[in-house]
Design a protein around this ligand. Sequence first.
Ligand SMILES: [Zn+2]
Length: 239
Amino acid sequence: MPRSVRPRTERLRTGALLVRRVPFGEADLLVGLFTEQGGLISATARGARRSAKRFPALEPMHLLRVTLEIRPGAELAQLTEAAIERPRLRLAADLGRLEVAGRALRWVREIAPAHTAEQAAWSELNQLLDRLDEVSTPPPQALLAETGLRLLVAFGWGLELTQCVRCGRACDTTQSACADPARGGLVCRACGGGPVVLRPEPRERLLAAMLGGAPIPEEDVPLALDLVEGALTAHASGN
Ligand SMILES: [Zn+2]
């Protein structure tokens, strides 16, 4: 009877987005990939710096198709193939759009759990990148704010904007309310309140954007981004 069975290396072929690339060893790259089927995966790309021909597709923003070899227990997977499945050339050529896309990729890199498929987050992120690649897009910051609110929902951290997260008391829809994004949404005054004041109309609009995909008007964008950043920072530090 064999005393031990060698753990089998799993081969994963999946859609992927490049979220990180850093030099590794003498000629390799360490890459972070947010993948459709395996979530966030760190991998080495051997020889990627010695020859650009080895992995010509290792660029951010484009939808990639990669093959990874994942050894059980190993911290790093090995990237064996990468090809561009859907290029996003308009996005890649526009600084304003690139900045917005880069911020969304960073969010996902910081909060996605390793080796866990996150279908909803995968769709949200790719939808954002596709829209940023269209000929004419809504203001990129507004798209980013919308995506941020929905990424929170996708990761199970959707902001509670209708009642206090502490005591559950419903918020009066005609009154301003306090929110603490780090605590997940509205916090009534009796429960200590929060640093962000939400007037009834913007609160309604953000709720519609978060749950129904309504566009966020430009005047609400800074507020929405504050809430998203506040919530993401709290979750990222908990990782
Ligand atoms: Zn309360």
